[in-house]
Design a protein around this ligand. Structure first.
Ligand code: 13P
Length: 251
């Protein structure tokens, strides 16, 4: 019922020329694959060039961040209006933004509302760090992040959001969450919290990805889980072959 979605978060990688080459390779490779949504999230500087490549293909385009105001004296920031000219998706609240750039739950909530107002689909990241994980605080912490992210969203708005569960300790470490455990967190602390807020019908429509060291050799375990609807991928999205393998495994 929920179409899986594989999104490549290129983070701070690829020049414009490299982004053009990679996106062209991905578009050609995934063209004949159906039953899965595919999204590429390059840096801001490459969005326009990659837009020209993905246009008319099955591949969607997303940004990695944005500010919530529509314009103004905010040096260095990018607004939802600007992104809406170029892309359909925007990653919000990634743990690297929260960790290195001081993003708060409240700011992430503002960004989600601004994205939806401008017809951008937010991919909202949540996830615990190692200390919280080891202290058994994962469910409470992730549930709290979800509540804060969706604060003030109507059911119709909520249904459009994509959530990515990315345990921080699994990002870029080669250490993945156990698929059963990830499914349990998503079921209880993400979909369960959304069901409390919006009812089962809306909660069942919302797509939830897993992210954190997803590779061709481990994606099947995640895709076999009933509550996992795809992956948000860093490292393995930077090469056509590995990204294609993830898309194929999810179709
Ligand atoms: P890796 O796939 O490199 O672990 O990154 C995951 C991630 O942070 C995607 O947003």
């Amino acid at each position: 019922m929920r179409t899986p979605i594989i999104a490549g978060n290129w983070k701070m990688h690829k020049t414009v020329a490299e982004a053009v080459e990679l996106s062209q390779g991905v578009c050609d490779a995934v063209e004949s694959i159906s039953g899965v949504d595919v999204v590429l999230c390059p840096t801001f500087t490459a969005l326009s060039a990659v837009k020209d490549i993905v246009e008319g293909t099955k591949v969607g385009l997303g940004a990695q961040n944005m500010y919530w105001e529509i314009q103004g004296a905010y040096t260095g920031e990018i607004s939802p209006v600007m992104l809406a000219e170029l892309c359909d998706y925007v990653i919000l609240g990634h743990s690297e933004r929260r960790q290195y750039f001081g993003e708060t739950d409240e700011g992430v909530n503002n960004k989600i509302k601004a994205a939806l107002t401008h017809s951008l689909i937010p991919i909202v990241c949540v996830g615990e760090d190692l200390t919280q994980n080891e202290a058994g605080e994962t469910e409470t912490f992730v549930g709290g992040q979800v509540k804060a992210a969706f604060d003030g969203l109507s059911p119709d708005e909520a249904a459009q959001v994509i959530v990515a569960y990315e345990p921080i300790w699994a990002i870029g470490t080669g250490k993945t969450a156990d698929p059963d455990m990830a499914n349990g967190i998503i079921k209880n602390s993400i979909r369960g919290v959304l069901a409390d807020l919006y009812g089962d019908n809306i909660a069942e429509q919302i797509r939830v990805q897993y992210g954190g060291s997803v590779k061709p050799n481990n994606i099947a375990g995640f895709m076999a889980q009933p509550d996992i609807d795809g992956a948000l991928v860093g490292g393995a999205s930077l090469k056509v072959d590995s990204f294609l393998a993830l898309v194929e495994a999810s179709a």
